[in-house]
Design a protein around this ligand. Structure first.
Ligand SMILES: Cc1ncc(COP(=O)(O)O)c(C=O)c1O
Length: 387
C-alpha cells in the first residue's frame, strides 16, 4: 500500500498501480471451468477453436503453441535456420528473441534500433549482413513496427527469411493491414500480460504451407500429422517421427482463456489505446521525457516506455515512484550485454542508439485496469520528481 506522502499528488492513492497485469473476467473463469469439468485438459477442441478464431482475425492460418518463445524457435527451425547461421535482431528486445535464435544453433547478430520507434534500424542491420545471414527478426517494440516495409525490402534484396517478433503487437495494423496478416512469418505471445493472454501461449501466423506443416508436427514432438487427431481428443499410436520436435503444444485450458480474450479484444484494444493517449496528453509539455509517438489509429500499445532526459537517474526515479505505489519497468537491458550472448553475438560494431538510451528507459504502467486518473496521478508524480 502506498500512502500519499507528498504535496505532489492530490488523489490520495492507497493502491499499488501495477506495471502490467492479467485482466481476467468471469467469461475466462467460466471457460476454464468448462474445460476442467470435461476432464480433458490437453490439446483438443479448444485449441482448434482458438486457432480458427485467430486465423479469422489475421486472415491467414495461425498455429498455437505453448508460448511466444516457442513460436519464434519453431518458426526459425521451419525456415531451416541452424548451426552457424546468422539472424539479425535488435539488441533491445526481450531475451526470448535471442534465446529462440540460439536454440536453433544460430547466432543472433545484435543490431541497433531507430531513435523514433526503438524498432530495428534496417540501415544498421544491412551493415551486419554476411554470407551466413539467413534471416531477420524485427521486433515490434511496444506495439509499433518501425519501418517494416524497408525491412521487407532488405530481406528481398539479400534473400532473407523474415520472422517478425510480434509479441508486443497483437492487434496493431501497419498501413491498414493487420500485423500477422501479411509478410513472411509473424510470431505472437499470449503470456499473462500481453494484449491478449491465454495464461501462457503463443502462435505462428503465415501463409507458407510448408512452414505451417512443419510447425504443426514440431510442436508435438515431431509426431507426424498428430495435430488433426488432437483436435478430436485423440492421439496417434502408430506414427513416424522424421524431424526434431519439441513439446510445445498449447493446452485446452490455455486456449479457453485465449478465446474469451479474443472475443472482447475490441474493448481491450480501445482501453489500451486510451491509456497510452492519456499518457501522451499528460506528458505533452514535459521536456525531461520523450516517448514513442505512435499513431494510435494503428498501434495497440503493449507497454508505455519513456526515455528520461540526461541527468535523471532512472533508479532514483523508479524508487521514488515505487514509494507512491507506482511500479515501473525496464524494457530492456540490451541483449548484447548479457554474458551468454557476448560470446555468441557479433557485437564488435558499436550500437550507438542502443548504448546511448538504454540507461534512460523507464516503462510506466499500462494494462486494462489503469484508469485515466491513475495516468494523471502517475504523470503528476513523475513530473514532480523530475522537476
Ligand atoms: C519482445 C518479446 N519477444 C518474445 C517474447 C516471448 O514470449 P513468451 O513470454 O510468450 O515466451 C516476449 C514476451 O515477453 C517479448 O516481449
Amino acid at each position: 500500500m502506498a500512502k500519499e506522502t507528498s504535496s505532489l499528488g492530490d488523489l490520495n492513492k492507497n493502491k499499488l498501480i501495477r506495471l502490467s497485469k492479467s485482466c481476467i473476467g468471469d467469461a475466462e473463469k467460466n471457460a476454464v471451468m468448462r474445460v476442467l469439468d470435461k476432464e480433458f485438459l490437453g490439446m483438443g477442441e479448444q485449441v482448434r477453436i482458438f486457432e480458427e478464431k485467430l486465423s479469422h482475425f489475421f486472415g491467414r492460418e495461425a498455429v498455437c503453441v505453448v508460448n511466444g518463445t516457442a513460436a519464434l524457435h519453431l518458426a526459425l527451425q521451419a525456415c531451416e535456420i541452424g548451426i552457424g547461421d546468422e539472424v539479425l535482431v535488435p539488441s533491445i528486445t526481450y531475451v526470448a528473441s535471442f534465446q529462440a535464435i540460439t536454440a536453433t544453433g544460430a547466432i543472433p547478430v545484435a543490431c541497433d534500433v531507430e531513435e523514433t520507434s526503438l524498432c530495428l534500424d534496417w540501415l544498421d542491420a544491412e551493415k551486419r549482413i554476411t554470407s551466413k545471414t539467413k534471416a531477420i527478426m524485427p521486433v515490434h517494440y511496444s506495439g509499433g513496427v518501425g519501418e517494416l516495409d524497408k525491412i521487407y525490402k532488405l530481406a528481398e534484396k539479400y534473400k532473407l527469411r523474415v520472422v517478425e517478433d510480434a509479441a508486443h503487437a497483437f492487434g496493431t495494423t501497419y498501413k491498414n493491414q493487420k500485423v500477422g496478416g501479411f509478410g513472411d512469418i509473424s510470431c505472437f505471445s499470449f503470456d499473462g500480460i500481453k494484449n491478449i493472454t491465454s495464461g501462457e501461449g503463443g502462435c505462428i501466423v503465415t501463409d507458407d504451407d510448408k512452414v505451417l506443416d512443419l510447425v504443426k508436427d514440431a510442436r508435438l514432438l515431431g509426431v507426424e500429422k498428430d495435430s488433426d487427431k488432437r483436435y478430436k481428443g485423440q492421439r496417434s499410436w502408430d506414427f513416424n517421427v522424421s524431424k526434431q520436435g519439441w513439446r510445445y503444444h498449447m493446452s485446452d485450458i490455455m486456449a479457453a482463456i485465449g478465446i474469451e480474450q479474443l472475443n472482447r479484444f475490441d474493448t481491450i484494444s480501445a482501453q489500451r489505446k486510451e491509456i497510452a493517449i492519456t499518457y501522451t496528453n499528460e506528458l505533452g509539455n514535459c521536456d525531461q521525457i520523450t516517448y514513442i509517438d505512435h499513431d494510435y489509429e494503428e498501434v495497440v500499445p503493449h507497454i508505455f516506455p519513456t526515455i528520461l532526459a540526461d541527468g535523471n537517474s532512472r533508479d532514483d526515479i523508479s524508487k521514488a515512484l515505487n514509494q507512491y505505489g507506482i511500479q515501473t519497468g525496464i524494457h530492456y537491458i540490451p541483449n548484447h550485454l548479457h554474458s551468454f550472448f557476448k560470446k555468441s553475438t557479433k557485437s564488435e560494431t558499436i550500437l550507438s542508439e542502443t548504448d546511448s538510451i538504454y540507461h534512460s528507459l523507464l516503462t510506466l504502467p499500462l494494462h486494462e485496469e489503469v484508469s485515466k486518473s491513475d495516468v494523471k496521478y502517475i504523470v503528476g508524480k513523475l513530473t514532480g520528481i523530475l522537476k
